[in-house]
Design a protein around this ligand. Sequence first.
Ligand SMILES: Nc1ncnc2c1ncn2[C@@H]1O[C@H](COP(=O)(O)OP(=O)(O)OP(=O)(O)O)[C@@H](O)[C@H]1O
Ligand SMILES: [Mg+2]
Length: 496
Amino acid sequence: MSSLLQLSAVAKSFGAVRALKGVSFDLRAGEVHALLGENGAGKSTLIKVITGAHQPDGGAIEINGERVSHLTPASAHKLGIACIYQQPALFPDLTVTENIALRLEPASAARKVNWPARRTRATELLKRIGAEISPEAEVRSLSMPEQQLVEIACALGAGARIVIMDEPTASLTQKEQHLLFAVVKDLRTNGVGVIYISHRLEEIFALADRVTVLRDGESVGTNQVHTMNEASLIKLMVGREVSAIYPPSESEAGKAILSLKNLNCMAGGVKNVSLDVHAGEVVGMAGLVGAGRTELARVLFGITPADSGEIILNGQHITISSPQEAVAHGIAYVPEDRRRHGVILEMPIAHNMTMAIHRRIFPGAWLQFGAERQLALDFICDLGVKAYGPDAPGGSLSGGNQQKVSLARWLATKPKLLILDEPTQGVDVGAKSEIHKIIRRLAKEGLAVLMISSDLPEVLGMADRIAVMRGGTIAAMLPGKSDAHTVMAAALGQTK
Ligand SMILES: Nc1ncnc2c1ncn2[C@@H]1O[C@H](COP(=O)(O)OP(=O)(O)OP(=O)(O)O)[C@@H](O)[C@H]1O
Ligand SMILES: [Mg+2]
């Protein structure tokens, strides 16, 4: 197999942070090459060097055997490099056909616009990847994963030979995941080289031929995937053994902190939800993407308030019509998709972490920077946030580390009810087990925890009880010690 891409001793620093310390990497035609590493290891930085978004400080890049001295996004595109981001960069108001045409036709070409041909090409490209998406659909009407598929269609249409996917499955349903895997395998069969980044080890075993592990900006080895197992990969990644075992539940469920009775919210598609969450209890919320789990969380946090039904918190009937009210009632919500809702990029991470409790640590407006710093340092240590210190701006952190900051902000509020939406999505295995321990500790301290997760092992490993949502309502309440099959069957609405 020939090398499509060869990186030798590539280095990149951001100020004093050495994100890449001389990484060598090669990608062959017809292989899926996984890139693995803890949060902040340098994966996204490496990708940005390959796509021309960052200029390396040192090292060499060869594409198709030729040395490339100055890659820009435009020249990378011409050389057949395409990157599928988790958040696709499409024009929401245009149709799929228009988006594909814009991407594939040079803006400068004064050509006659041939709509039927454009539509045919879009249809063909979508068909090749098995996507059931209408070429006439406006992009804003498509789900995130559908938009990713449009991106892949663009990459195919552009004849990309090197396709990069940075955590592509984070928000996909299982069906969409299978579709994506089939597309990746198809690309491989067609001689495309795929670089695949994911924190989910099972995906790497299912999909990749080789795996390169980065640690602290250095490559600690490239191996054939079939010579590795989960334990050996984790060890390479973190340099120590990490327990993959979920911490056992140590708390007894106390009184009901939250009771919902026939809760409805038309705008959010939440229907007739009745649910109790007790002090000291972790209630896991399973269900397919679109089942209404995030919508329910948004109702409870006052973002889209309920139209009817009862919310009883600590024995008192309450209404929650804004996030401020929710916070005042002791409810905290760590949203999904923290890239959009979470961290303020310009602000130091210490401020980011204390934002929700400013009045508490600055009583009477006395600025207690010492208290803020200490709190931030504790969280940085607890969650293993990789940053040069509490003053580092949010934007200088890697994706996974930004998520930890956002989690810290809400943990700092010491709520009565903590709603977590996909708390470990995009975080590495070591941090994941730290977050699980923190959730357990909080439950033991008497918090009621509602944990939404699409990671079924996580739900089964962490939940004392499992609420399965389907079609905006609770389809089943299951004991924590259920099996994956029972939960999936309930999520899919299968009755035996
Ligand atoms: N624009 C930037 N400014 C300053 N530092 C940065 C910048 N981008 C990345 N870094 C630093 O470079 C290092 C590598 O970050 P990178 O985003 O490549 O990690 P990653 O492996 O993709 O992690 P994750 O799994 O969390 O996405 C981190 O220490 C990060 O803080
Ligand atoms: Mg990253």
